[in-house]
Design a protein around this ligand. Sequence first.
Ligand SMILES: Nc1ncnc2c1ncn2[C@@H]1O[C@H](COP(=O)(O)OP(=O)(O)OP(=O)(O)O)[C@@H](O)[C@H]1O
Length: 267
Amino acid sequence: MATHADEPPVIRVRGLVNRFGDQTVHEGLDLDVRPGEILGVVGGSGTGKSVLMRSIIGLQTPAEGDITVLGQPVTGGETTQNQELTRQWGVLFQGGALFSGLTVAENIEVPLREYFRLTGQLMDEIAAYKVAMVGLPPEAGPKYPSELSGGMKKRAALARALALDPKLLFLDEPTAGLDPIAADGFDTLIRTLAETMGLTVFLITHDLDTLHAICDRVAVIAEKRIIASGTVAELSRFDHPWVQEYFSGPRGRAAAIAQHHAPLEVG
Ligand SMILES: Nc1ncnc2c1ncn2[C@@H]1O[C@H](COP(=O)(O)OP(=O)(O)OP(=O)(O)O)[C@@H](O)[C@H]1O
């Protein structure tokens, strides 16, 4: 992917501190996300990946620190009032919750209604276009989430996240719960959409295959901050116990091997 390392970062986090009671989740966390890159964010369970994402999109007010997105400061609750900024990003939350009482098309129309006054026909056309964009058949539009497979639900949630043609996409563990084939398909979709739409992607994942397949860079959270960021190859040489275990343990090695071998031809 064409990243633009010399341009100002799309997301800039400096000195982030987040606390819940006497638990400190982040202490002086810094992070840059560059224009056009897919940045994977990894770290052990409970290290604060989701809290970091929530801080960046203004759903969590940090105790300290500065965050800018697309050059604009993000200030907790006030950010959600700044529609000019919030319409620039799409979010796929963990679990990808769709509104169960709405069809796929109606789910996609929710953000359209929130930000624009459009005719019903135009909204239906946009929803149909987004359904196609994420690789769902047209028949998926009038279906309810309960009628879809796990992989189709994820695609529908992605279509809703892309409803406003955002510049920036936040994904929290998008392939969790998918079988390996569906997960591979979803990875490919994200990469293709990011390239065609020129998206910058902030992607939280535990999935090593995803990191290898689609991430330009990876940032590791440990010890309450980003301890390292770089390509997967750079990180696998980084001398830290968690990073070594993660990238060079059996699963990390298997994912690396899978990326460097062409699939077997069968039949
Ligand atoms: N609203 C909240 N109130 C109190 N504690 C919270 C809140 N949100 C998160 N935490 C705590 O902050 C820590 C980090 O949570 P977070 O969900 O960001 O972890 P994570 O790295 O995304 O974990 P996982 O990989 O398991 O999803 C956890 O200990 C969690 O219990």
